[in-house]
Design a protein around this ligand. Structure first.
Ligand code: SF4
Length: 256
């Protein structure tokens, strides 16, 4: 059965694109069957930290309130178990440490957790911008809070695995850069990841040629998804068990 008419009417997002690369069957379950996902530990943890940073950046929480808010909501908001007790404790401690010593550049905040509707690669897109800010020289920054421990670019001649992973995640910020252009008539100057668990702040200069590459990637992927009839399962133990939010409805998962 083909679903091209349903897919052609869709609103896209970075996660809708990357989900297909992760597992076409996940994509089918989530976006064609519309199975409501069940967030697992890592997603719940990420949501809690995003919520805290959003409240801090909008003035709803003071710096001295962050740790106690985190500790109490870690208990109430994170219902799923981490894969091990050690990981649970690590995430708890990393979040606590990060918030205790939190320090953001004192730039002008323009947008926080902003829902953006825009056009990208000839299709309607939606995105949530964690932070858009401007420094004292008028330079514009898109900042994304990430639970994932990304590594800063190695600048080696041959890209490392860390560089390849960084470029993959930067696609999302390039898509958001296009939205910023549509809202403000200018691209951001820098794209940043605030990897809060490890306290790593990664700042990359925005490059228009890279935006073109991301647009080509998105166009091809949307065409592929629209035309496909192959919703195969990509079984990966860690991803299926710890990250996939439709795993409880997946008949393949039990083979792991
Ligand atoms: S559990 Fe694994 S195979 Fe099943 S939909 Fe999720 S990612 Fe795909």
């Amino acid at each position: 059965m083909r679903y091209d008419l349903t897919i052609e009417a869709m609103e896209w997002s970075y996660s809708r694109l990357s989900a297909f690369e992760d597992c076409p069957y996940l994509w089918f379950q989530r976006y064609i069957c519309e199975i409501p996902g069940q967030s697992k530990f890592f997603a719940q943890y990420g949501s809690l930290m995003h919520s805290i940073l959003q409240q801090y950046l909008t003035g709803a929480l003071r710096k001295d309130e962050l740790v106690s808010y985190f500790l109490s909501h870690f208990v109430t908001d994170i219902s799923d178990k981490a894969p091990s007790r050690k990981l649970h404790m690590n995430y708890l401690e990393q979040g606590r440490q990060y918030l205790k010593t939190l320090s953001f550049p004192a730039w002008k905040v323009i947008k926080v957790e902003d829902k953006m509707m825009f056009q990208f690669a000839g299709h309607p897109f939606i995105g949530f911008l964690d932070l858009l800010s401007e420094d004292e020289h008028g330079k514009l920054y898109i900042t994304d809070h990430k639970s994932r421990a990304l590594k800063p670019r190695s600048n080696r001649k041959k890209p490392t695995l860390g560089d390849i992973e960084l470029d993959k995640y930067l696609r999302q910020l390039y898509i958001y850069a296009s939205a910023v252009y549509q809202m403000y008539g200018r691209y951001p100057d820098y794209l940043e990841f605030n990897c809060f668990r490890t306290g790593t702040w990664i700042c990359e200069p925005f490059k228009e040629e890279r935006l073109d590459e991301v647009e080509v990637w998105a166009t091809k992927l949307i065409d592929e998804i629209t035309a496909t009839n192959d919703w195969h399962a990509n079984l990966d133990f860690w991803f299926c068990k710890q990250l996939c939010d439709v795993a409880t409805e997946c008949e393949y998962e039990e083979f792991l």
